[in-house]
Design a protein around this ligand. Structure first.
Ligand code: 5GP
Ligand code: ZN
Length: 115
């Protein structure tokens, strides 16, 4: 996808603070962090979101990278939360599959509907 911001980050066409990278995935700092640690993890290949018929092996590699990123960010022991906003009701804004890795503080319990 030529006009996808996260594809451009994955291909190093626009800058990002990269935390971790391998052949299949890349993790980088969120531009507008919501928590002390707020890192985004994406597959380098473009998928809109989790409903985009993703190769299972790639999904495994994506999830396997979560604890790696958590360790690199120093939150593996304290704990963290992952979120994959998906579609309109999920309030997804960037339509390239991404996992938010949030931590560095105790997170709120509430996950209820928006006001
Ligand atoms: P979503 O709402 O789609 O789940 O999350 C998209 C996230 O991408 C937001 O947290 C937003 O701050 C982040 N974001 C949007 N554009 C950029 C960008 O150009 N660079 C980086 N590093 N993060 C971005
Ligand atoms: Zn993309």
């Amino acid at each position: 996808m030529t006009d996808c911001i996260f594809c451009k980050i994955a291909h190093h066409e626009i800058p990002a603070q990269v935390v971790y990278e391998n052949d299949d995935v890349i993790a980088f700092e969120d531009l507008n962090p919501q928590t002390p640690v707020h890192t985004l993890l994406i597959p380098k290949r473009h998928y809109d979101n989790l409903s985009d018929d993703i190769d299972e092996a790639l999904l495994g590699k994506l999830f396997a990278a979560v604890p790696t990123v958590a360790r690199l960010k120093g939150i593996e022991q304290s704990g963290y939360r992952i979120i994959a906003n998906t579609g309109a009701h999920g309030r997804q804004t960037v339509y390239h599959l991404h996992i938010h890795i949030l931590g560095g503080t105790s997170l709120p319990i509430s996950m209820g509907p928006a006001d």
